[in-house]
Write a protein that binds this ligand. Structure first.
Ligand code: F0G
Length: 466
């Protein structure tokens, strides 16, 4: 395809036709906004955020093709043209005979988990995403993560640190808990594990183990295009395949998938469950109709379906993916030059900062990751989220951390096609300012913590404050 001849490194492969002004606040305004938010960035108004790197989910820019498709969408209750456009595209991408539309990924998880899991059962994953684990637990089942040992070394450049630990998986399946395992869920790319990819070889081996034990092997394929891109770059034998072909191979390996289309669907909402098994699909469809919507829209509008049918094609375009990889690499390089280590090698959907190392004077009890995230907001209006002891640590009844998370990370998630290189330069500059005097930061303490999915609704105060 002569890709190298056509590619211009470090240049956005699109021009901008509709723009949205960016809010720029004074330091005093940001301080007041963060205080009013209980020092939890999830409580900030987006009107108070200059660069929003909280999530790459449902935050992308659409294309003129997507908007044109949306304009001629069909909003019929059942069997709309938009549905047929969507389902034909998704069938062609994935090969699954049963496609059940849902309004976003976690709705698909809830429906699939209700069919497969329940009290006493176990879901195994390379790493469950936070809401994914919560959906498993809501059925009464256990969510067990088995990341590969290489994932523990944040600094190594091993290519597939998103893999599942195959030895641990084999041991679990043939051990005393084996009969309770009802699902193996492979998250591609591994969002909870630093946005690292999973190799095709790892998926094949995990699938084989599952088949031997009669356990469904399901992909959480929210970032199917990005995983495929990293396989193409890093796994011998895949260089000549297109990202779409590689994604298809992954779907071919699995018994089914749950996909949030808010990522590699370039949608503001949407998702689907893909299944091969007729009986399981029928069971899920009944739940879908009762809770999401009829099986030809599942909580999505016709214009969502039409936009997504275009979006899934655009998100596996090699020129787009090459640009996205360049942008992530460039930000990671700038950040490291500023003296802040990142989880290596960099993935595509976000840069994970090693806040524990930068703020090594702060113990986990003062939430170094959260402290860094708050400072990025206070100094530059940059919003991002902590993945450390605030999110994963165990607390006592006074809301103090008793068992810290293994790492204190901060994720700078990259919305698709939204921020230009100069925006990312700005983020790196703000971070460099913090990295120049990290000792001045004192940390935070929790004032209120909800029992589940704590990080979304927790409230805090600066450590020294009354
Ligand atoms: N699986 C993965 C790997 C995810 O990253 C997400 C969402 C979901 C499932 C749930 O999908 O949001 O459509 O219900 N991740 C977002 C994030 C929220 O910021 O990483 P959803």
């Amino acid at each position: 395809m002569h890709m190298e001849e056509r590619r211009v490194p470090m240049m956005e492969p699109f021009r901008i036709r509709a723009v949205e002004p960016i809010p720029i606040l004074t330091r005093a305004e940001r301080r007041a906004a963060l205080e009013a938010a209980g020092y939890n960035v999830f409580n900030l108004r987006s009107a108070d955020v200059t660069i929003d790197l909280l999530s790459d989910s449902g935050t992308g820019a659409t294309s003129i093709q997507q908007e044109a498709a949306a304009m001629v969408a069909d909003e019929a209750y059942a069997g709309s043209r938009s549905w047929y456009r969507f389902v034909e595209e998704i069938e062609d991408l994935t090969g699954y005979p049963h496609i059940l539309p849902v309004h976003q990924g976690r709705a698909g998880e809830r429906i699939l988990d209700a069919a497969l899991l329940g009290p006493g059962k176990i879901s195994i994953s390379n790493t469950h995403f936070d809401t994914t684990a919560a959906n498993v637990m809501l059925t009464g089942a256990e969510a067990r993560n088995l990341p590969c040992p290489e994932a523990a070394d944040l600094d190594s450049d091993q290519p597939f640190k998103g893999n599942i630990d195959l030895d641990a998986l084999a041991r679990t399946l043939s051990g005393p808990d084996g009969s309770r395992v009802a699902l193996v869920l492979m998250t591609i790319t591994n969002n909870g594990g630093g946005g690292q990819p999973v190799s095709m070889a790892n998926m094949e081996a995990a699938k084989e183990l599952c088949a031997r034990h009669g356990i469904p092997f399901i992909l959480d394929a929210a970032r199917f295009g990005e995983n495929a891109w990293l396989v193409k770059q890093r796994e011998p034998g895949y260089e000549r395949f297109t990202p779409r072909e590689i994604a298809r191979r992954a779907f071919d390996l699995a018994d089914g998938t749950v996909v949030s289309l808010k990522k590699d669907g370039a949608g503001w909402g949407g998702g689907f469950i893909g299944l091969r098994d007729d009986a399981l699909a029928t069971q899920c469809e009944a739940n879908l109709i009762a809770t999401e919507g009829f099986s030809t829209y599942g909580g999505m509008t016709g214009h969502d379906l039409s936009r997504l049918a275009e979006g899934v094609r655009e998100m596996v375009d090699p020129f787009y993916l090459a640009y996205r990889a360049d942008a992530a690499d460039h930000l990671a390089t700038r950040v490291r030059e500023a003296g802040v280590d990142t989880v290596r090698p960099s993935g595509l959907h976000g840069i994970y900062l090693n806040a524990g190392r930068l703020l090594s004077h702060l113990p986990p009890q003062r939430f170094p990751g959260h402290t860094l995230a708050c400072q990025l907001y206070l100094d530059g209006g940059v919003r991002c989220s902590e993945l450390g002891s605030l999110y994963l640590g165990e607390l006592n009844d006074r809301n103090e951390v008793v068992t810290p998370a293994p790492y204190e990370l901060v994720r700078l998630a990259l919305p698709r096609r939204v921020y230009t290189q100069s925006h990312l330069e700005y983020v790196a500059d703000v971070l460099a300012g913090i990295a120049a005097k990290p000792e001045s930061l004192e940390g935070y303490r929790i004032t209120h913590a909800p029992p589940v999915l704590r990080h979304f609704k927790v409230r805090l105060a600066p450590y020294g404050a009354a």
